[in-house]
Design a protein around this ligand. Structure first.
Ligand code: LMR
Length: 396
């Protein structure tokens, strides 16, 4: 039976890391997967995380199962990060949160819940979107439609196309929105545009599903939640899948959360009972460590402060790399205007490089970027930028 199973294609992002590991060239650079590197090219454990782990190691008394929804205190701190201190949604108990394995696990739980318990079977995603989105949602049984988002000629947002496309969505359709630091373009809606999208969702009875994986990597923790909070204030129902892979550097702990907001506490509680049923059928209950780290840090003033300053440092270093990248391309003799890269947010830059150029970067120069032309700026350092820019100058 298994001999009939065909080979699956390599994953567009993680498959690149596999190829990178096998590459024996010494000057190789991996700007594929979104992983933050410091100036030394390392992805160290944050100091605040190490301290929280020391506290947990000392205090841990059992490896007993968590409840299906995970660490209780974690779910409370997640809601405060999402909706803000004193939020009406929290006070009115319209939101319920379950700890889940990373952003991907959270999105998948949300999708499974929707497919099994609602009439919402169509999900609109931006074109382009994260390379794993369609895979997650189609595997769960949702059908996908795309809305315009990006204008290649100007390297800018195509907000008109977004709105025009979403006008044809039907009541009950799901709209996937990137909370901040849009992956892969790095181009986000401004507050006025979020207002328009939120109103459109409310008027047409569309259900927003937020993928919120980069809080703190755009402008700041509160600033980056602006879009989510604007939309959440306008619609009765939404879902959020958030991740702490990037902003706590907890990549391999697989720590995220799925949050459902309903019109009132009763509807939210009933929907959450179905989310718990989905989780029980999928992985039973989440692993504890990541949730305990995040809740320990966010519940302690001094650890929280330390984490915030580490997050600021990461954000500022990426912004610095954006500027240096644009300047170095110029000094390598690239005439093409790449200044748009300095205006993009978060870990990624949508470079506009085409498939041939991307392949040449890999094959001739051992510089790995995603096939769509997405570059992880978070993987750049002062040391590798000259290598990267020289290679780009050769392929364009
Ligand atoms: C990325 O987009 O590179 C990250 O979100 C990591 C992943 O799982 O793809």
């Amino acid at each position: 039976i298994f001999s009939q199973v065909p080979q699956a294609p390599a994953d567009p992002i993680l498959g690149l890391t596999d190829a990178f590991k096998k590459d024996t060239r010494s000057e190789k650079v991996n700007l594929g997967v979104g992983i933050y590197k410091d100036e030394a090219g390392q992805t160290p454990v944050l100091k605040s995380v190490k301290k929280a782990e020391a506290i947990l190691l000392e205090a841990e008394k059992t490896k007993n199962y968590l409840g299906i929804e995970g660490v209780e205190q974690y779910n409370a701190v997640v809601q405060t990060l999402l909706f803000g201190q004193g939020s009406d949604i929290i006070n009115d108990k319209r939101a319920f949160t379950a700890q889940a394995p990373g952003g991907t696990g959270s999105l998948r739980v949300a999708a499974e819940f929707l497919v099994r318990n609602t009439e919402s079977k169509t999900l609109w995603v931006s074109n382009p979107t994260w390379a794993n989105h369609q895979n997650i949602f189609q595997t769960a049984g949702l059908s996908i439609k795309e809305y315009g988002y990006y204008k290649a000629e100007t390297h800018d947002m195509d907000f008109d196309a977004m709105i025009t496309d979403l006008q044809s969505a039907q009541a009950g359709d799901l709209i996937l929105l990137h909370g901040c630091c849009h992956n892969p373009t790095g181009i986000d809606l401004d507050a006025a545009q979020w207002e328009i999208v939120g109103q459109l969702c409310a008027d047409k009875e569309l259900v927003p599903l937020f993928d919120f994986a980069y809080q703190g990597f755009g402008a700041g923790i509160e600033e980056d939640a602006q879009g989510l909070r604007i939309v959440a204030a306008k619609v009765p129902e939404l879902l959020i899948a958030n991740s702490f892979s990037k902003n706590f550097g907890l990549y391999n702990e697989r720590i995220g959360a799925v949050t459902i907001v309903a019109a009132d506490e009763d509807a939210a509680q009933k929907s959450f009972s179905q989310i718990k049923k989905t989780i029980r059928a999928t992985y039973s209950n989440p692993p504890a460590h990541g949730g305990l780290i995040v809740s320990t840090i966010l519940s302690d003033d001094s650890l929280r402060q330390e984490w915030e300053s580490e997050l600021t440092e990461m954000r500022q270093r990426i912004a610095e790399m954006r500027t240096l990248f644009v300047e170095t391309l110029k000094s390598e003799g690239v005439d093409q205007d790449f200044s748009f890269i300095s205006r993009q947010n978060g870990m990624f830059s949508f470079s506009g490089l085409n498939k041939d150029q991307v392949n040449r970067l890999k094959d001739e120069f051992a510089v790995y970027i995603v096939g769509s032309g997405r570059i992880s700026v978070a993987g750049m350092t002062k040391q590798n930028i000259p290598v990267i820019c020289k290679a780009i100058a050769q392929v364009i």
